[in-house]
Design a protein around this ligand. Structure first.
Ligand SMILES: Nc1nc2c(ncn2[C@@H]2O[C@H](COP(=O)(O)OP(=O)(O)OP(=O)(O)O)[C@@H](O)[C@H]2O)c(=O)[nH]1
Ligand SMILES: [Mg+2]
Ligand SMILES: [Zn+2]
Length: 441
């Protein structure tokens, strides 16, 4: 749809968009603007310090809204929760990929290593530009990346804080007057073909917005979800549920691994959670919010991200789970497309499923009961065990030793399902170059 969002701001906008904070879907013409005049403070849904959100009637010639005091505004907000809407969401649907798992399973390390590697590698290996769609809302993740990968002193022991259950990583809004609701902050990225991509001419149409969340593991435990803290409702909107399974949280795995690793997480006193129960809880929340019957398998693919593979890699001796399973398909007509070696990824998945079935059979049964399409992916966010820092007693990793394995595979495999941006070893040839520019690129 061509919509004129004030003045001369002419773009092909979506007719409806989804807020990444409260998941409300609304027509694009209902989007609010954020006042900039200092007198216009005290938004009723946010706080007395927040600028008022409003539906504009006056615009500048360049298409920006004017607030009630005549100041020029730049930023947009959701009509329901009043939180910021990145402008790119007016043109491209956000794809939510949810990361689920028990406390300490390794979700934050996985997300941080994955985003860091996507930034480094998508360009050279897939001709895709991966960038922050909203640098302000991505700042916690950016600071985690800095902590692990951009240390001046390579010998420094580094760590990521446990994800908080509430506080600065969440936004408090009053969806009902007088009732504070806690919403998790989304991380938003755009993925766009570069000029080297075989489909560079269709770059605007093929641009995707990725929407990720880093919940505290406690949010996924049975009984934790409540209407005033709907922190996991992204699950029902997720295009791919990524369940982070941590072998070090299972006593049977720990017993098998003590002979092969000295990782402190294998100690007798390590925390243990029933990961099969948390998986089933996740499935029931998805069904509840999506309105699907209790006995129906989930429609979206389920990726079991088996973390901390640096500890347990020797249990899968016949597979290389360290070097990335990617290839490049160079085209005669110009450009290239990055290809994921699906056969290799699926062979590893089958072997990993068989390994887990032998040690944690109830977890594998729960997975089979939950989803129709399942992929098991081994990852290590650090490539090395943490050590206990003497002075603090905390688990930390030496910055120079961090070397993640396969952390981008769950994402790149998912991207290969979207068509035209990432190929797979089975159908890369089927992706043909666009012959006409769809965006003047
Ligand atoms: N050996 C090893 N340990 C890891 C790896 N990734 C994370 N860890 C350790 O696992 C612990 C928990 O990691 P986090 O990423 O904070 O776990 P989380 O799932 O985000 O936990 P919550 O925020 O409490 O939900 C940390 O002490 C890390 O050192 C890995 O790839 N290998
Ligand atoms: Mg965390
Ligand atoms: Zn909203």
């Amino acid at each position: 749809m061509k919509y004129r969002l004030g003045g001369s701001l002419r773009r092909t906008l979506l007719s409806k968009l989804q807020c990444p904070h409260c998941w409300n879907k609304f027509p694009v013409e209902d989007v609010l603007w954020i006042a900039t005049h200092p007198d216009l403070r005290g938004d009723p849904v946010l706080s007395p310090d927040d600028p008022i959100r409003f539906l504009p009637s006056r615009f500048t010639t360049s298409g920006a809204a004017l607030d009630a005091r005549g100041s020029t505004c730049q930023s947009l907000a959701c009509p329901r929760c009043h939180l910021g809407i990145a402008p790119v969401l007016l043109e491209h649907h956000g794809r939510i990929l949810s990361i689920v798992g028990t406390p300490s399973s390794g979700k934050s390390y996985f997300l941080t290593s994955c985003v860091w590697q996507l930034r480094q590698r998508l360009g050279e290996a897939f001709a895709l530009a991966f960038s922050d769609a909203d640098p302000v809302s991505n700042r916690v993740l950016a600071s985690n990346e800095q902590q692990l990968f951009l240390q001046d002193d390579p010998e420094k022991l580094v760590f990521l804080e446990k994800t908080q259950l509430e506080g600065s990583a969440y936004d408090s809004v009053q969806l009902e007057p007088g009732q504070a609701t806690n919403l998790p902050q989304p991380y938003l990225f755009t993925i766009r073909p570069t000029s080297q991509h075989v489909n560079a001419r269709g770059a605007a149409r093929l641009t995707e917005v990725l929407c990720l969340y880093d919940n505290a593991g406690e949010h996924f435990l049975p009984g934790a979800e409540n209407p005033l803290s709907p922190t996991t409702q992204h699950l029902a909107r997720s295009k791919n549920l990524m369940f982070v399974f941590d072998p070090t949280q299972d006593a049977r795995f720990r017993a098998r691994l003590r002979g092969v690793s000295t990782d402190p997480q294998l100690g007798q006193s390590a925390r243990a959670f029933r990961q099969d129960i948390v998986l089933l809880e996740m499935a029931s929340r998805v069904r509840l919010h999506a309105g699907t019957p209790a006995d129906e398998k989930l429609r979206q693919p389920l990726t079991i991200v088996v973390t901390k593979s640096d500890i347990w890699k020797s249990l899968l001796p016949n597979e290389d789970i360290c070097t990335d399973p990617y290839l490049i398909d160079q085209r005669e007509e110009g450009g290239f497309i990055g290809v994921v070696d699906k056969s290799r990824v699926e062979r590893v998945s089958d072997q990993l499923e068989a390994l887990l079935a032998g040690i944690v059979p109830e977890f594998v049964s729960a997975v089979r009961d939950t989803a129709l399409r399942v992929l098991y992916v081994p990852v290590s966010a650090t490539g090395v065990s943490p050590e206990i820092e003497r002075s603090s007693g905390m688990l930390k990793v030496r910055a120079s030793q961090i070397n993640p394995w396969w952390v981008t595979v769950p994402f790149i495999y998912e991207f290969s399902r979207w068509g035209k941006v990432v190929g797979s070893s089975r159908d890369a040839g089927a992706i043909t170059a666009e012959t006409h520019a769809t965006d003047g690129a």
